[in-house]
Write a protein that binds this ligand. Structure first.
Ligand code: FE2
Length: 289
């Protein structure tokens, strides 16, 4: 006998030790830490055999719920706050650039290229809104030719890809290119809050723990410019419900904006919007690569 035998007291050390010969040092570090924390958790709650079986069944059903257009494991990561934590650790900005948040599962199709001023609300439903902003570098210099990829839900709280028989393809999506002053603007509607898909194992977990599945109203952004680090983020609507209880923990204070109403028939006519209309202004600042 060379190795130490398994015991309740020394279980983590024994199992972690089995990974000591892992050639890749990062894999060794991750597996060692994972084993330590898993064993700590099992000991902390004194997991019963029935609970262990339920956990295996839950994870099995989570995998079986995944399809080419549905990712239940990402949803599980999201509602446990792991997606947001990984995102936050990997995109620390120190307050010098626009904060990032989760990509989410609905960027599944390429957004269509659009011209500044275009209307992305192809179904014409919802409260008209002018969305505008400026993309700048970290010293405030305007970034001309930056791309701004946006996507949002319709008035009923669904993305186009969730309702292929109801919404026109590309509804409420677009890629815009900033002008010489780094500015972008387009017509849309005020986004609405929506529930994450809650008819699978993750939804049942939320129900069993008394949590709601909703996300506050938001508009997704990916801004990219040559020589700069891209940012994946959202802007949240300030008067939306669930801002303080986002099911996936995506809200950051710096990303919340008001959507004031403008009552100006001439301006509305210029923009091609009905009067009155709402406005949402969101400037994005990118760090140098
Ligand atoms: Fe979303």
């Amino acid at each position: 006998m060379t190795g130490e035998l398994f015991s309740e007291e020394r279980s983590a050390e024994v199992v972690a030790g089995s990974f000591a010969g892992t050639p890749d040092p990062r894999l060794r570090q991750v597996m060692t830490s994972l084993v330590r924390h898993l064993h700590d958790f099992v000991k902390d709650v004194e997991l019963t055999e029935e609970e262990w079986g339920a956990a295996i069944d839950f994870l099995t059903r989570t995998g079986q719920t995944c399809t080419p257009v549905r990712q239940e494991f990402i949803l599980l990561s999201d509602v446990l706050g792991v997606s947001m934590l990984v995102e936050t650790i990997n995109h620390r900005t120190g307050g010098t650039a626009t904060e990032s948040t989760v990509l989410g599962p609905f960027h599944m199709v390429a957004s269509p290229p659009r011209e500044l001023g275009d209307d992305i609300a192809l179904d014409g439903k919802g409260t008209p809104c002018l969305v505008s902003g400026q993309v700048t570098g970290q010293d405030g210099e305007p970034l001309a030719g930056a791309t701004v990829d946006v996507w949002q839900t319709n008035e009923d709280g669904f993305y186009d890809v969730q309702q292929p028989d109801v919404q026109p393809p590309g509804n409420l999506r677009g890629i815009f290119t900033t002008d010489d002053d780094g500015r972008f603007w387009f017509r849309s509607v005020v986004p609405r809050f929506y529930p994450i898909p809650d008819d699978g194992p993750v939804g049942r977990l939320l129900a069993a723990t008394g949590r709601h599945p909703n996300r506050p109203a938001h508009l997704h952004f990916i801004a990219e410019a040559a020589g700069h680090r891209p940012v994946t983020t959202h802007v949240f609507v300030a008067d939306s419900p669930y801002l303080d209880s986002d099911a996936v923990f995506g809200v950051k204070d710096s990303l919340v904006r008001d959507t004031p109403e403008v009552d100006d028939p001439e301006r509305a006519r210029e923009l091609g919007l009905p009067n009155p209309f709402r406005t949402l202004t969101f400037d994005l600042s990118l760090l140098r690569a």
